[in-house]
Write a protein that binds this ligand. Sequence first.
Ligand SMILES: [Mg+2]
Length: 255
Amino acid sequence: MKVYKAYCFDLDGTVYRGGTAIPEAVTFIQQLQRQGIEPFLVTNNAKYTQAQQRQKVAAMGLDIAEDHIMTSAIATAKYIRTHYPESTVKVIGQDGLVEAVRQEGLTVVEKEPNIVVQGLSASISYEDIEDVCYDIQNGALHIATNGDLKLPKEHGFAPGNGSFVKLVQGVTGIEPLMIGKPEGHMLEIIRTQYHFEKEEMLMIGDNYDTDILAGIHYGIDTLHVDTGVTRQEDVKKMDLQPTYYVKTLQDVDCL
Ligand SMILES: [Mg+2]
């Protein structure tokens, strides 16, 4: 395998499963770091701040710099600041999204927003959803951190942000703007911030529909790892193929 400058790792299903590290991934990342390559973490999960996400992987033996952690929350906030800097923003979501929006200096409001930004919230209520539906019908732009319909958990799949976004969309009839994978916004922020060429970047992930398609759409190489959502046999049936696929990251022989 070719050597890259920016190895962009998905998290759940790639680096860990829930709270448990995937040992081959941890070893691979540590190998990269010994070669002087600092990996990037690229996650649709908008729940955690960079500091919280850093702590989570630190407990698994990975020392990742906060500014190498890219979340759909950060990408969403940067997107709004770039394209709608004067907007007022209503936030549905948890710490990661609230902090990201504040860090970009955006004006957060409860009533009559120009933009509704929707991330996964464990405490969302019927009234919250109802209000957001009214805001969007009154002209607010609907932006979602990600469209993941379901999240793999210990007892099966749990509703992801995309399920709540669809609920709102079903009422408003207005398609939201999605920021997370399979869109390339997070990869674009990394590329421009660190001045990479697309040829120098690799997206590594377990989910064909988000990770691999994000890389393919964005125009960088991709590596599918068979430790999570999409099975390798199913990836092989797809029209658009990843650049590489492996069973685990132990099978990567570039270093
Ligand atoms: Mg994943």
